[in-house]
Design a protein around this ligand. Structure first.
Ligand code: GDD
Ligand code: MN
Length: 374
């Protein structure tokens, strides 16, 4: 029998060390008769997931590892796992045993028999269920599913699923245009294809997490909104810029609050109040952008200090450009009318674009980001 791989199972991991061995054992059990491999894509988990996978790989050549450094993200991990595979069929599933691996053979045979492009493990078709979810999580999931209707044309009952199997041709078709933001890689694939896909949903029961904790948090929810934006207005404006500019808008409120406190409250001079307010607002913006806009390349430790310095310098130049351009435009425009507002707006736009462009290169660049195959 040829040893060529037919099915690659891509498994994104972050702190899943206690689960990987059990998952491989279960794949081994249920995929008899299929020439499979499993590709773990680990974002340098502090709990030593990558080392655990390497140990398994020493005993079984079907186990592979993509180890990413200075990177985070479920969707982007799945994409890199798919690209590390050369098999004609690729499945994606979680490492925590919540997805029922026993569905895989049926997913593969259905895809082949019905000449489909993608088969989705679904909790929301007859026979499927979400298992023991808290009502809060259930509500959030239902709301997210409803929101997906803004960008999704297909009648997919479980677009939030992270469990699916697809053909290589479909990956090749969409891979250059995926948003790759956040958790919802399946939705990303469907929307990016932009045409009706031949798909089918097969029911399974969502199980309880085996060991460890869920990585789904508030930031993931915001990233979902970011992905929806990217899939709609992202053609015209980069969604990172939208996030950056919105945070800048919040910074204005922080600035005013601090100015009020220092200038009016503490009765310092205006220049002192203005200086303190500017520094506080910049610092506030820096941390918020680091936490959200650049979550996937978040700076830590000393990198934070270096990042803060470069961010402050860049934004100071941005402020000079803002004031300079606005003043110039105001001076050359006719007197009266709305010109003062338009001049100020032009200054703000130039300043914001400058700040965004410069900090994306000098503050949140990733000189050390590497990915390595097995
Ligand atoms: N490489 C990498 N990087 N893996 C990640 C990251 C990351 O930043 N964040 C999470 N993962 C991995 C986890 O280790 C796990 O294997 C899988 O992605 C899912 O993460 P969970 O934290 O277990 O998410 P969940 O159970 O709350 O949600 C999952 O199930 C939902 C229902 O199917 C996800 O698959 C959702 O997308 C899905 O909607
Ligand atoms: Mn999970």
């Amino acid at each position: 029998m040829s040893s060529v791989v037919e099915l690659s199972v891509v498994v994104p991991t972050f702190n899943e060390q206690p689960n990987v061995q059990a998952l491989v054992a279960r794949l081994e059990q249920c995929l008899r008769g299929v020439r499979w491999e499993v590709i773990f894509v680990d974002d340098d988990s502090p709990d030593g997931t990558a080392a655990a996978v390497r140990t398994l790989a020493q005993a079984d050549a079907r186990v592979r590892l993509v180890h990413r450094i200075h990177r985070r993200g479920l969707s982007s991990a799945c994409i890199e796992g798919m690209l590390a595979s050369t098999a004609p069929f690729v499945a994606v599933m979680d490492a925590d045993l919540q997805h029922d691996e026993r569905l895989l053979p049926q997913m593969l045979s259905t895809l082949r028999a019905e000449d489909l492009e993608i088969v989705v493990g679904s909790r929301h078709v007859e026979g499927g269920s979400i298992g023991d979810w808290g009502s809060e999580r259930e509500l959030a999931s239902r709301f997210a599913t409803r929101l997906s209707g803004l960008v999704l044309k297909a009648d997919l009952k479980d677009p939030m699923s992270g469990f699916f199997l697809l053909r290589r041709a479909l990956i090749d078709e969409v891979v250059h245009d995926l948003s790759a933001i956040g958790f919802k890689i399946l939705l990303d694939i469907f929307v990016t294809a932009g045409r009706p896909l031949r798909f089918r949903e097969l029911p399974y029961e969502f199980r309880l997490r085996h060991a460890g904790d869920s990585k789904l948090d508030n930031v993931v929810a915001w990233q979902y909104i970011a992905m929806l934006l990217d899939k709609s207005v992202g053609r015209y404006v980069p969604v990172r810029f939208i996030a950056f500019a919105s945070i800048g808008g919040l910074g204005v409120f922080v600035h005013m609050a601090v100015l009020w406190l220092v200038f009016r409250g503490l009765e310092e001079t205006f220049i002192v109040g203005q200086t303190v307010a500017t520094l506080v607002a910049m610092t506030f913006n820096f941390f918020l952008n680091n936490w959200f806009t650049y979550r996937d390349r978040r700076l830590r430790g000393w990198g934070l200090l270096r990042g803060w310095v470069s961010f402050t310098l860049a934004c100071s130049l941005g402020a000079v450009a803002n004031v300079g351009i606005a003043t110039y435009l105001f001076n050359v425009s006719p007197t009266g009318g709305p010109w003062w507002v338009l001049s100020a707006t032009a200054g703000i736009i130039v300043g914001a674009v400058w700040n965004y462009a410069v900090t994306s290169v000098y503050t949140w660049n990733q000189p050390k980001a590497v990915t390595a195959g097995r």
